[in-house]
Structure formats: C-alpha cells, structure tokens
Ligand binder design. Structure first.
Ligand code: C2E
Ligand code: MG
Ligand code: MG
Length: 640
C-alpha cells in the first residue's frame, strides 16, 4: 500500500528511525491498511444497499449485487447462484469476470460436489482453498479456474429465516488473502442480499397468486388486462392482437353429474390442450373463471386469421378428454375480436369477444367474429334501433326493384324487392346499414311485414300488365323461425290479392345452414302456401348436398362473388357451371346475381343458367323507374 509522503513519520537523526519508531510506523501502516479496507468495504456495502432498494425481481438483485462487488479496487470474479429447488441444483443467475467455458461449466452446481453446495449445506462461508486442499467437492469449474491460477475465493451462503436461498461466490484472481474485516463485510452483504431475495420471492408469490388461476396455473382475468395494458407494462397501443374467447359446451352437466373433482380434472386438461395449441406458450392462455378460457393471438391482423385459429382450437377440444377412466366429449364455442380495429382497450376487447361468443353459441360449429351489428350495446345501434322503429311507422322506408332477366330470351321474368331507408338526416341508406341491426332484434318482424306488403302491392299493380311477373322478397331467419310467419305471409298475399305462384321468398344460405333442421320445418310451412323459395347468396354458406336435396327449395341464387372471373378455364367458371348443372339435376331454377358486363351475361347464358340479375341489366331502382320494363312488356334494352 502506498504511503503519502506527508504522513510518513520523520526522524530527527540522520541514522533513521529508532526501533520504537519503526514499530510504531509498522502499526500505523497496518492500521491504515485496515482502515482503507474497511472504507472500501463500507463504500461497496453502501452502494449495494442503495442498488437493492430499487430492485424487486431476483434477476435484477443478482445483477446489481455482481456489479456492486465489482466496485472493489481489484475487481473480483463474482457469481450469483440461486437454489432452484430445496434439493438443488444451484443456478447461475448473474456473473462477471468468467470465461465462456467457466460460465458453461458453472451454469448449474450440484449441492453435493461443489464448494457452493457445501456452503449451502453447512450454512457457512466456504473458502475455495478448503475444497482444493481436501480434494472433496471439487467441481470441474474449480479445476478450470485453477488452470489459469485462480484458486482463492469465498462461497458465501444466502439464507433467510433458516431457508437456504443460494450463494454469492467472490473469487480473487490475484490470489490475495481475505482479511477478517472483509469476511465480516461479506456476512453483512449476504444478509442484505438474502433479505432482498426473500422479499422479492415473497412478492413474486403474492403476485403469482393475484395473476394466476389456482387450479390450472394459467394467467387469469386481471393478468389478461395487465398483458394488454398500455406500455410500458403491456402492449403498445397500435399493436395488433386477437382474442378468442371460449366457453365449454357441456361443462355444467359433466360437473353436476360426475362431481367437482372430475370437473376440475377436465378443466386442467382443457387448459393443457389450449397451451399445447399455442406451442406451449402458457402466457397466451387465460382462464377467466368457471369454464371460460381466452386465447390471445399476438400479431393477428384479420378476422379470417382469427377464425382459422378459433376453429383449430375448437377442433382440438372436440377430441374426447380422458378423465376418471372415461372419454368425455366437452366441445366449446368461440367468439373472437380484433385489437385495435374493433376495440381500443382490453376491457372493450373482452366485451366484443363476449358478444361474438353469445352469437357463436347459437350456431353449431360454434365460432363467430365480433361485428358491430351483433352488438346490442353500441350507442349507434341503440339510437338506430329506436329511430328505425319510428321510420317503419312513419313511412321512411322505400323499396327499390331490380329485374331478373331470363338469359335465354332477354326479358324480365320478375323483380327482387330491396329495402332502403330514406333517413331524414343521413339520406338514402342502403340495406346493409340497417337490416343487420334489425335482424338481430325483433324489429325485423315489422320491417319484413312492411317490405312484404309493399312489394306485393307493387306486384299486384304490375301483374295487371304482366300477370306472370314475379316478385322476390328477402326474409331473415328470424322471420322464418317465428311461428306466425306463414300466417302473416299468407294473410298479406290474400289481402293484396296476388297469386302465391308468382311470389318468391329468398333466404340466405348462411342463415339456413346455421340451423338446417329448424329451417327445414319452417321453410316447409312457407312453401306449402304455394310461394317459391330461393336460397340466396348460394356458395357462401357450406350447404351439404344432403340438406340441399331435403330442403323444400325451388331456386338457387349463385352468389355474385363467383361471377368475378368467368374466363375460360377459371375455377369460378367450373364452380358456376357445376352449380347450374346441380340445380338442374335437382330440378331447381338457378339465378346468377351480380352480372356487371355482357361477357358474364353471355357466359351464363351459354351454360344454360336460367335467370340473371345485376347492374349490367339494371340497378335496383324506385318503382316508377323499374316500371319502364313492365311498360315494355318485359323486354330489356341491353343485349344478352
Ligand atoms: P341480396 O338479397 O343478395 O341482394 C342483392 C344485392 O346485390 C343488392 O344489394 C343489390 O343491389 C346488389 N347487386 C345487384 N346486382 C349487382 C351487381 O351487378 N353488382 C354488385 N356489386 N351488386 C349488385 P343491396 O340492395 O344493398 O342489398 C344487400 C342485401 O341486404 C341483400 O342481398 C339482402 O340480403 C339484404 N336485404 C335487402 N333488402 C332486404 C329486405 O327487405 N329484407 C331483408 N331481410 N334483407 C334485405
Ligand atoms: Mg336477395
Ligand atoms: Mg344475394
């Protein structure tokens, strides 16, 4: 240790210090070294305590401890080990000064067979020299260190309330001797660090309880909100994510019939399946309570993507679950929604997914996307519904009529009635702006009643000139499932005085396929009135051929999406052609909707499609304009 010249005791004589003086000088030097060491230790301890105050997680505590110990004038090698389980091993959490190979060798240390392990077992500071000397507990990492002449160090145990936590290993590359004062410092450091680690474990335990479900160990509802919270803790506001909300279909029955322990087992297994589906990402799967789970799909950008994921999850849950020696079929329904398009916050996202789930439970197959039209609680919807009720009574609805043209002959066979809302503030609204709202509530009943009556009245007027002219009216499934529907329709046809043979009702394929069995009976009651029935938007709703043959339908209306590209050799051409053939084989009429150009009209005529409808022939128009076709006896002014 260097001595400042000013403090060096001076002698008066030329012969140098006398023996007493020399002794005093030695003592002084020693006292100064001790003081210096104490000062250095004190400054390291103060720094460490300050650092630990700011840290709550173990990894950070380890890092800070290592950094603080490196503040010594001759920085030691430092390794911070934590006990993974009571029976070991010790895991290296942070370290400094080691070679790659030493880190690798010392990544974990066993309780038996390492100096650190001995420090933990015996709860005392174990000098590295001790294990080297007696040859027991020499771990390969010690031999590796020895190969570069590093042989001196201390393994300092960490413990709290008698529970061992790990060790801090301080190793001196220059092989210096450790003074008792430093050993006391290390004891002090160990106590401070142990307290911080144990507090952090406590906190982590409490936090784990607060954010996890005790049964399945999955993150819970608060965890979902925390995960999707604004940064820095959660998701960035503009980041895309989807949420699939799941509800088990038969959980309650199973729980009641087989007991809660079986129910619990089942939930645990469902949780495991969901986690497996997310490639083991436990933090993406949440149990929200009861039999409700949620799966977060980070990065999801479209509802189509989420739909695929939801269906894959449902398929995974369809496999029977083995519980108590039984294979139980649970099944589930799924509702999903997108962040940030459909919701801005986690609470909104969950609510949207819940609205979709509600819808999903009504349809077999059980997956549904959130759509504002489904949502009974958006302010626009509530306002719109109350306005629409008034609009129907106050005569704000109008009908537009679009002709259906017989493609082989080029004349108008009939019209489709399409409703519009002449909104006092917003102008003329297309049906897509309000029909879906109405369809989700009972308002669709007065709406349809108005449309049916108005369309039939118009038909009756036109039938005076063209008695076989037909009129198609769209119905929604909610109308059809209503028991009084056939009666209402029959009443309207009778009162207006039209022949049911020239009336056609259209129902979308998706609506029918949502519940084909119920549809079959209800539709039968409508066709028994003598009116015809058409499946609208055919090709979009996955009809099975078996249902198609059994349903009492007369006409298929091919969805306009198939008419996009009818070039020779195109897939669409093949689909449309075979649909026309299928319809004819089943003795059904076939209409192509959405014809926008002459080529398409011709292609359809050539494949013997019966009727065509689309902007090429005419747009939907008010009765006065559409009436020009009737005035001309049905002949149209564009060539097929
Ligand atoms: P839809 O029954 O399939 O009606 C055909 C739709 O295709 C109409 O849209 C029509 O304007 C449009 N369209 C016809 N030709 C072409 C074309 O060449 N190109 C393009 N791009 N589109 C064409 P609109 O009037 O907006 O009606 C949309 C849907 O709303 C209807 O589809 C129907 O499902 C529903 N809807 C309309 N009116 C009523 C109604 O009174 N009651 C019920 N329940 N639903 C209705
Ligand atoms: Mg239609
Ligand atoms: Mg259609």
């Amino acid at each position: 240790m260097d001595e400042p010249a000013a403090e060096r005791p001076r002698t008066h004589g030329a012969e140098g210090p006398c023996p007493e003086e020399r002794e005093l000088l030695k003592e002084l030097r020693f006292a100064k070294t001790v003081l210096d060491a104490q000062n250095e230790s004190l400054s390291v301890v103060t720094d460490l305590v300050f650092r630990l105050q700011q840290r709550l997680d173990v990894e950070a505590i380890a890092r800070e401890t290592v950094e603080a110990l490196q503040q010594y004038r001759h920085p030691p090698l430092v390794a911070f080990y934590l006990l993974e389980r009571p029976e070991g091993p010790l895991r290296l959490v942070a370290g400094a000064g080691f070679t790659e190979k030493e880190r690798e060798l010392g990544a974990t240390l066993p309780l038996e067979g390492s100096a650190s392990g001995r420090a933990v077992r015996e709860q005392r500071i174990v000098p590295m020299e001790e294990v080297v000397r007696n040859g027991r507990d020499v771990h390969p990492v010690v031999s590796e260190l020895a190969s570069r002449s590093v042989t001196s160090g201390l393994c300092i145990p960490l413990s709290h309330g008698g529970t061992p936590l790990g060790t801090i290993n301080v190793i001196f590359p220059n092989g210096r001797e450790i003074r008792p004062v430093e050993e006391r410092t290390f004891h002090g450091i160990a106590r401070a660090v142990s307290l911080a680690v144990s507090n952090s474990c406590h906190l982590a335990g409490i936090e784990h309880l607060a954010f996890h479900d005790a049964l399945t160990g999955l993150p819970n509802r608060p965890a979902l909100h925390r995960r999707l919270a604004p940064p820095p803790s959660g998701f960035a506001g503009d980041q895309a994510a989807g949420l699939v909300l799941l509800d088990l279909d038969r959980f309650r029955e199973i729980n009641d019939a087989l007991g809660h322990n079986v129910g619990d087992d089942l939930l645990v297994q469902v949780a495991e399946r969901l986690v497996a589906r997310r490639d083991g990402q436990r933090e993406d799967v949440f149990r929200l309570g009861g039999d409700e789970f949620a799966v977060l799909v980070p990065g999801a950008r479209s509802l189509a993507e989420l739909d695929a994921e939801a269906r894959a999850i449902l398929a995974a849950l369809e496999e029977p679950v083995k519980v108590a020696g039984m294979g139980l079929e649970v099944g589930a329904s799924a509702g999903f929604a997108l962040l940030p398009e459909q919701a801005r916050t986690s609470h909104e996202l969950l609510r949207c997914a819940d609205v979709a789930l509600h819808r999903a439970k009504q349809t077999p197959g059980g997956a549904a996307a959130y759509a504002r039209e489904l949502d009974e609680h958006t302010p626009e919807r509530l306002a719109m519904l109350s306005e629409l009720g008034r609009a129907i009574r106050d005569g704000q609805l109008v009908l537009h009529f679009q002709p259906k043209v017989a493609l082989q002959y080029g004349f108008v066979e009939g019209f489709e009635a399409l409703v519009r809302w002449n909104h006092p503030r917003l102008g003329l609204l297309p049906s897509s702006r309000f029909v879906p709202f109405a369809e989700a509530t009972d308002l669709v009943q007065p709406l349809t009643a108005w449309v049916v009556r108005s369309a039939l009245e118009q038909l009756a007027r036109w039938n005076r000139q063209m008695p076989r002219l037909t009129m198609a009216v769209n119905l929604s499934m909610r109308n059809v499932l209503d028991r009084s529907c056939p009666e209402t329709l029959a009443g309207a046809m009778k009162e207006v005085g039209v022949d049911p043979g020239v009336v056609e009702f259209e129902l979308t394929e998706t609506a029918i396929m949502a519940d084909p069995t119920a549809a079959q009976t209800s539709l039968g009651r409508i066709t028994s009135l003598g009116a015809r029935l058409a499946i609208d938007d055919f090709g979009t709703g996955y009809s099975s051929l078996s249902y198609l043959a059994r349903l009492p339908v007369d006409v298929l209306k091919i969805d306009r999406s198939f008419l996009a590209d009818l070039a020779p050799e195109s897939r669409n051409l093949a689909v449309v052609r075979s649909t026309v053939q299928l319809a004819h084989a089943l003795e059904l009429g076939v209409v192509a909707e959405g014809i926008e150009d002459r080529e398409t009209a011709r292609a359809l005529r050539d494949m013997r499609c019966d009727l065509g409808q689309g902007f090429y022939f005419a747009r939907p128009e008010p009765a006065e304009e559409a009436g020009r076709h009737v005035a001309r006896g049905g002949w149209i002014d564009v060539p097929v």
